[in-house]
Design a protein around this ligand. Structure first.
Ligand SMILES: C[S@@+](CC[C@H](N)C(=O)[O-])C[C@H]1O[C@@H](n2cnc3c(N)ncnc32)[C@H](O)[C@@H]1O
Length: 351
């Protein structure tokens, strides 16, 4: 059997280390919660041995694909090792200090615990809540400052590897414009959050114009800090609603959108897809990444149920059964493709 190169072993070791750290954090925090503030409503979240093995295999597959895409120059290998350790160091104690507030909100089923100074009329109703029981929902600098490490822990250190799955289909789609200068192509990352996807995109698309849009000004401020020292042109950040993008018809060649759809009511998902269709130029590519769904990942239903039980995600149960493929096709996109990697499903489609 051929030996793996040292850099691949280093990558896999890094990923395994992050996975162990994520699992250890979850185990420890659950034990402390059960001791200090037990929540009977949570019930049993244990998973059986077979499922654990399936999860491990699926993470292994994700790492293999992630490594191979870097080997094939879909994106630079340095992205695989680019961890913001110093940032994690400042975020981690804040997560622990905030945890009792999160538990308390879950126990009291209080999902409307938002900062008093926000102007409600600036946001859609479904958005004004504590998704994941998160302190301040998406509506404060504090929430933005700990979000990405929380996601990293949730996905056992695989969040960026899953986000990177949007890059290959985006590149393939942008080939439709290969006769144009790369610097004339525009990609928008909708619901960009605190900047992790933008960093992956800039690494893979050093010349293209990249825009990040989100409803949360606080998350965009955090994104701005996170991406400030990236090579290449400045990334534009826009505060806006995915249902009414502040962009002209046919003005974008690529759209990405990561982990938004499971947090939207069904009708809003449809509005957002229509809006994506409006702003994409014919031939442009849409790439969505979100949670796996029931129909193509039936073995992981228990994990989807546990996620719904543990976190305030009111639209998730509907999302995992929603036929997004048909919606995308009905709106007018063609060449719809899907694939799943660990906990993430990726759709790509061409206008
Ligand atoms: C789960 S986070 C995903 C963030 C990021 N894409 C990532 O990969 O971590 C969902 C994001 O969607 C944003 N969001 C929710 N509804 C939105 C809408 N209608 N328009 C724009 N952004 C929205 C939230 O502010 C939040 O930053």
């Amino acid at each position: 059997m051929a030996r793996e190169p040292i850099s691949k072993i280093a990558y896999k070791t890094l990923q395994q280390g992050k996975s162990i750290a994520g699992l250890a954090h979850k185990e420890l925090s659950t034990r402390i919660m059960n001791f200090l503030l037990p929540d009977k409503k949570l019930g049993n979240l244990n998973i059986d041995q077979k499922l654990l093995i399936d999860i491990q295999n699926s993470m292994e597959f994700l790492r293999e694909v992630d490594w191979n895409d870097a080997e094939n120059n879909i994106y630079p290998k340095k992205l695989l090792f680019d961890e913001p350790w110093l940032r994690y160091l400042t975020q981690y104690p804040k997560i622990w200090l905030d945890m009792p507030n999160t538990w308390d909100r879950r126990r009291k089923q209080n999902f409307k615990d938002l900062p008093k100074n926000i102007e409600n009329e600036n946001y859609p109703k479904y958005y004004l809540r504590n998704f994941h029981h998160q302190t301040d929902g998406y509506l404060s600098d504090f929430s933005a400052s700990i979000y990405d490490l929380q996601v990293e822990i949730l996905f056992n250190g695989s969040a960026d590897a899953m986000r990177r799955r949007i890059i290959k289909p985006l590149k393939e789609g942008l080939n439709n414009f290969s006769n144009r200068k790369k610097s004339s192509l525009k990609i928008i990352d909708v619901a960009t959050g605190s900047g992790r996807t933008l960093k992956q995109l800039r690494g893979a698309f050093p010349k293209e114009k990249i825009i990040g849009l989100d409803l949360s000004g606080s998350y965009l401020k955090e994104a701005s800090r996170f991406i400030s020292d990236l090579d290449g042109d400045l990334i534009e950040l826009i505060t806006g609603n995915a249902e009414e993008l502040p962009l002209k018809d046919n003005s974008m060649q690529g759209i990405s959108c990561v982990y938004l759809f499971h947090e939207l009511p069904r009708s809003v998902r449809e509005n957002v897809l229509k809006e994506f269709f409006r702003v994409l130029e014919p031939g442009g590519v849409l790439v969505l990444a979100d949670s796996i769904q029931v129909n193509d990942s039936p073995d992981f239903i228990q994990i989807m149920e546990n996620f719904h039980k543990s976190f305030h995600e009111p639209f998730y149960c509907d999302y995992i059964k929603d036929d997004i493929n048909t919606k995308i096709t009905d709106i007018g996109f063609h060449n719809v493709k899907t694939s799943s990697f660990f906990m993430t499903k990726v759709w790509s489609a061409i206008k």
